[in-house]
Design a protein around this ligand. Sequence first.
Ligand code: TYD
Length: 136
Amino acid sequence: MKKTSIKECRMISLPKEGSDRGSLSFLEGNGAIPFDVKRVYYTYDIPSGAERGGHAHIEQHEYVIAGAGSFEIVVDDGSEKKTFFLNSPNKGLYIAPGIWRELISFSSGSVVLVMASDVYDERDYIRDYEDFKVQK
Ligand code: TYD
């Protein structure tokens, strides 16, 4: 697993076209985020008090947006942690490979929209925190 640091995780803003008809944001292959998107998934109907995440990726990069509502993401590189608050559909968190993440404090109706650098592959996950610590 990559020896990445949480310093590589950062909020990245997307363009926002606002008008009296509402707002529109977009993400296209122009280097807005530091990887090419191969997969999109989203989490919703999240009950109050639930926690998601609880894993690290070995190779995959992710970019996470609050499509609706708000939540917190705690990123952890094995020696340092940082909490990001997501509540804006045009501002997402880039999570580098090799970073443990926990998603917590979901508001009612929140939608977690995730862009990933590759197709779903369980072999890219580390789901045991002790394993993660050993590999960092
Ligand atoms: P999980 O990794 O637990 O979600 P989260 O990171 O939000 O807590 O995934 C939940 C289930 O969905 C698990 O059985 C794997 C499956 N899954 C897919 O089939 N495809 C995907 O792209 C993702 C992200 C998960």
